[in-house]
Design a protein around this ligand. Sequence first.
Ligand SMILES: [Zn+2]
Length: 400
Amino acid sequence: MSQNTPASLDFDPADPVTLTQALIRCPSVTPAEGGALALLGVVLSAEGFSVERPVFSEPGMPDIENLYARIGNEGPVFVIAGHTDVVPPGDLAAWTHDPFAAEIEGGTLYGRGACDMKGGLAAMVSAAIRYRRANPDAPGSIAFLVTGDEEGPAVNGTVKLLDWADRRGERFDHCLLGEPTNPAAMSDMIKIGRRGSLTGKLTVQGIQGHVGYPHLAQNPIRGMVRLLAGLEATPLDAGTEHFDPSNLEVTTLDVGNPATNVIPAQAKAVFNIRFNDLWTPQTLAAEIERRLREAAGNAVRYEISFEPTNAVAFLTQPGPFVAMVADAVEAETGERPALSTTGGTSDARFIKNYCPVVEYGVVGQTMHQIDERVATADLVTLERITHRLLTDYFAAAQHA
Ligand SMILES: [Zn+2]
């Protein structure tokens, strides 16, 4: 290993716990690289991976470092995706352990990114290293797509990294994304899809006036209540085989009127819909517009606009690959995980345009929280599951 590498390795990266600690000690709060990708670069190139570190830019946004690594020249290409950036630690005094010290106490590893998702990524890197060391002539390829821009605007991260790889002729067959999918135990949950997200902004116009002379004014709050009731009157749908019903939540309602004797001129509301695979952002926006028109009749003057969204609902159909992931989890934990599409969005929504993607990682209970932490035993379990998955995957490829 060269002398001027950012981190001279004094540990074996095939140990997922030590590798997680080393990554947590890199303070990579978005958009800072913090040494985390450099460390992964050192680790992976020492194991024979070719490593690239593309930096992506966008006017008005910070440049973001990313990493692409691959070992092997043939298909199938099994790609492992993740991010090294983390959310800010928040109130440092509230942490019982320094968020960037990666201390272990009673089998629990503390630190920002422990579960989201330096722990998951480290366990998968360790598994790939162990697999390739024992199988240097294994068929196919293992690749890593790692971004430093998942917790931020996600503009200079996975989207551009996928496009960059595609333009270089890189083709992926299957992807495992190491986000923390388990609610409480390692046998809980694999994510095979995600809901979409659509945000709408609604403004109702009234006529400002004196509350004592309402016939000279028009209260927009009355109209707003009517429109929101219309939006929520009937469920958007009843859910599908793999998805919960789509759900609309009003997230804010603003009039900003400090006076008790004035009818305000305008009322605003914002709502967000998490929608299933029955909808696209376009068909859903059309349905919302239809409901508003019906509720408003001729009585309410309003405007509706939707924020641009790249969060569409998607599903990786259960099949041999999903079953192989579930088999590996069951073999190592003794229980079969649920196949789920719950929760927020993730970078899987971009990866699914290139290859089937399944998400599985450690227990996510403390992600983004004070005292974020992971059980060291879970890191070991995830390393074993990933190793088993790689073994099964490339064995199947050989016999295909
Ligand atoms: Zn994450």
